[in-house]
Write a protein that binds this ligand. Sequence first.
Ligand code: PMP
Length: 361
Amino acid sequence: MNERVYNFSPGPAMLPLDVLQQASADIINFDNSGIGICEISHRSKEFMSVATEAEALLRELLNIPQNYKVLFLQGGASSQFYMIPMNLLGPGKKATYLNTGTWSKKSIKEAKLFGEIDVAYSSEEQKFNRVPEDTEYSVAEDSEYLYFVSNNTIYGTQFATMPKSDKMLVSDMSSDILSRPVDVSKFGVIFAGAQKNMGPSGVTTVIIRDDLLDKAPENTPTMLKYQTHAEKDSMFNTPPTFPIYIVGKTLKWLKENGGIAAIEKRNREKALRVYEIIDSGKYYRGHAEQKSRSMMNIAFNLPTADLEAKFIAEAAEQGLNGLKGHRSIGGCRASIYNAFPVEGITKLVDFMAAFEKNNPA
Ligand code: PMP
């Protein structure tokens, strides 16, 4: 295969071609230093400026207030499932969680190791095909925070607007960070694995309000305290240098392409074109309820499992890869993050129309 294909993978996912081209040169010789980006010391002035620039761009794009720290951590987004309650809860402390899919379920399981967890809403019985309205749950008065997953990668649902609560919000934004504006000041912690909207896997961005940094109990291991990483600007130990470098380049690409406002508009246009063909007849069926539909991951079914298998195989032959749904729900899923090109959407909707015509139910 000489040409790049349209890759609908849920993550790691497509990155901007410009970023990859620049990275391929910098892998050999970064910024005329004579050293490749993967070989350069994390304490060198060259790498320090990579990390500083990545943080500055993230702050600018998301309008992050001064009293928030940005951390670049390892251990995947999944490590935040325990780091958050480990740092913010403790015996006798409570938090409220919304169960809207696999990733919230996993974080609820971990949080229960550290405190009392109130699951105020669950759409599990409806196969996680929706997220709640604010009126559908209440947050316990003595909760430290309200935790939710802003976009459910597997089931293709998304909070169209962030939950409103008097309590501090904590959110896993792994699959929709930087895809739309967010009022960071409403949150205690926002975290996201980089591998969907920001870069490759290997780095997790944590945005945390600074008064929360020293809440961890005394016996918390050093590496698992937010404070440790905040005090050393994410350089307590060797950070994931190459992923941070790509994140910086991806953020620069986003800024040069109009920032969050422009990408939000483009993301909506891209997703609505796919939903339009899903809604145009009875052949394709979207998994998510209309109001809960994700602009990032579109989960859908065809009339039969055989047709779905044929659809996925024929799409791949035409350079439309990674359309198989997650094993927990089956069917098909198109993940179309920020860097997924508009031309790939055109190719997908044309393919969907032709497939329906050629393969009647
Ligand atoms: N949260 C969400 C919303 C995800 O989509 C994923 C991975 N797809 C994770 C958490 C877990 O991320 P990681 O594999 O980096 O631990």
